[in-house]
Each structure stands twice: as C-alpha cells, then as structure tokens.
Design a protein around this ligand. Structure first.
Ligand SMILES: NC(=O)c1ccc[n+]([C@@H]2O[C@H](COP(=O)([O-])OP(=O)(O)OC[C@H]3O[C@@H](n4cnc5c(N)ncnc54)[C@H](OP(=O)(O)O)[C@@H]3O)[C@@H](O)[C@H]2O)c1
Length: 268
C-alpha cells in the first residue's frame, strides 16, 4: 500500500525538500502551504497534492486533512514543519509577535495533531514528526520566544509518545542545527532592543556575532532525517541533524548549566 504524508510549510526550505523526498520514495504527498497558487516547483508531480493550509486557521487545517484523506484514502504520517523565528529582547517584544510566535510554532502543531488523531486512531497506526530545533534543547541569547516555542514542542512530543504508543501511533522529533533556508530571511521576525538602551550594547554585540554563525547549505539532510523518522518504524524519539546540532546537544549532556552558559556566552 502506498503511504501518504501531510507536510506543513511545504512552500520552501525543509518542508519543500521533504515533499520532494517523500514523493521520490514513492509516497503520496499532501504538500500544504499558505499560498499553493504561487507554487511552481512541486506542481504537477505524480502523487502530490498542493493544499492550502495556514496553521493559524483552524478551518484550513480541518479542510486540508479531509481533502488529503479523500484524495489518497488515508494519512500515515504528519510532518509539523511550518514555523518561524523571532529575535530580540523579551521586554521589547511586541504583543502581536509574541502571540504569532506561539500561534504558529506551538498552537498550530497542537491543532494539526488533534485534527489528524481521530484518523490515525481508527487506523491504529501513524507517525507524527515534529520539527523543532537544536534550540528546543539548548538556548541562545535574545531568542527567548523562539526557544520557548521549541522547548514547548519538545515537551509536548516527549509526553505525547506515552499516550499514543499504545494506540499504534509514533511521535518523533527532528532537531535541525543552522541551515541556509529562508529561515534567517523572511522567516525571522527581528524586533531588536526597541528603544530600551539598557540592552542596546549587548544586543548589538550579539547581532554582530549571530550574522557570522555558520549555516549549512546541506538543507536536504533535514529532509532525509524527517523521512527516516517517518519511515524507520523505530521507537527512537529524537533525530538531531547537522554537525552543530549533534555536537552541541552531545556537549549539553556532558555539561552542567553554568558550563553550558559560559560556553555559549564565550561564542555569542
Ligand atoms: N533553517 C534553520 O536553520 C532551522 C533550524 C532549526 C529549526 N528550523 C525549523 O525548521 C522549520 C522550517 O523552517 P525552514 O528553515 O525550512 O524555513 P523556511 O524556508 O523559511 O520555511 C518556513 C515555512 O513555514 C511556513 N509558515 C510560516 N508561517 C506559517 C503559517 N502560519 N501556516 C503555514 N505555514 C507557515 C512558511 O510558509 P510561507 O511560504 O507561507 O511563509 C514556510 O513554508 C521551522 O519550524 C523552523 O523553526 C529551522
């Protein structure tokens, strides 16, 4: 039986590469995005449906899930990939950025999972892959909101595996390091220090260093990790991907909070 995956945020970056990879490996793909009418690269691929889905719009989530099931007869895997970052001093964060950060990166994930679970429960099988970040287990300065959302999805996923495993449904977490997608461009809401002078110098120093943070061009590695997580049939929960993620998360295991803080402060 041909398997089917629903991917959020398939318009670019990891989501688009994952859509291509699943399709190449013989899966049916529901490539969901906010503006499918603009998509040209995925359009016309066999066994791939372009579907409108905004993770902050409940009606669009329900419709995309039902359309996907009707088109392919079922959904075997959900990839919660859509997300964006925010950068700046917490005290200066505009209310709408705070809410949007959680709406997209956390509440969107929860809504997708709730929309797909009745179907996976009735099939007694399914895999949910949540794309978090190395920043879901280690935190850098001036990224409080983003880390809060990614830590939230890590906790949610780790807990959810207990209630879903007895029902035949697996939960997976893919934790990328830094990759050159659109993330650091159009998917980054930067609000800086606002007019709060107490933070300005520290923020400017950080912003200068963060621009030199090495970002991998091997974006396809993340799609490969997503595919592995969705298809390996294992009970493995976490899939860190990228040399920076693997090294930092290993170091995190060995070091206490103060040592890791000093390591990060020395570099950022
Ligand atoms: N790149 C990195 O270094 C990195 C590292 C760790 C984790 N991540 C995570 O990886 C995931 C994918 O990011 P990426 O690097 O591939 O960046 P990207 O190329 O900018 O892709 C982000 C995707 O999220 C979608 N999106 C944003 N808001 C949405 C909404 N309300 N509803 C539906 N889709 C929405 C975007 O769609 P539109 O085209 O409609 O804007 C886009 O398809 C994110 O969760 C991000 O946090 C990225």
């Amino acid at each position: 039986m041909t398997k089917t995956v629903l991917i959020t945020g398939a318009s670019s970056g990891f989501g688009k590469d994952a859509a291509r990879l699943f399709q190449k490996n013989g899966w049916n793909v529901i490539a969901s995005m906010r503006s499918p009418e603009k998509e040209t690269e995925l359009r016309g691929l066999d066994r791939l449906a372009l579907v409108r889905l905004d993770v902050t719009d409940s009606a669009s989530i329900e419709k995309a899930v039902q359309e996907g099931i009707a088109r392919f007869g079922g959904i075997d895997a959900l990839v919660n990939n859509a997300g964006f970052g925010s950068l700046g001093v917490l005290e200066a964060a505009p209310g709408e950025v705070i809410r949007q950060q959680f709406d997209v990166n956390v509440f969107g994930v929860i809504e997708l999972i709730k929309a797909i679970l009745p179907h996976m429960r009735s099939n007694k099988s399914g895999v949910i892959v949540n794309v978090t970040s190395m920043g879901g287990r280690i935190a850098f300065p001036f990224s409080t909101l983003y880390h809060a959302t990614k830590y939230a999805v890590e906790g949610l996923s780790e807990s959810l595996q207990y209630e879903l495993e007895p029902l035949g449904i697996k939960v997976k977490i893919v934790e990328p390091g830094g990759y050159k997608t659109d993330f650091a461009g159009r998917s980054l809401a930067t609000f800086g220090a606002g007019d709060l002078l107490d933070y300005q110098l520290a923020y400017d120093q950080f912003a200068g260093k963060v621009d030199t943070w090495p970002m991998s061009e091997h974006v396809w590695e993340v799609a490969e990790a997503i595919f592995e997580a969705a298809s390996d049939g294992s009970e493995r929960l976490r899939y860190p991907v990228g040399a920076d993620a693997v090294q930092l998360l290993e170091a995190r295991k060995e070091m206490d909070d103060l040592a890791i803080k000093n390591l990060i402060a020395a570099h950022l």
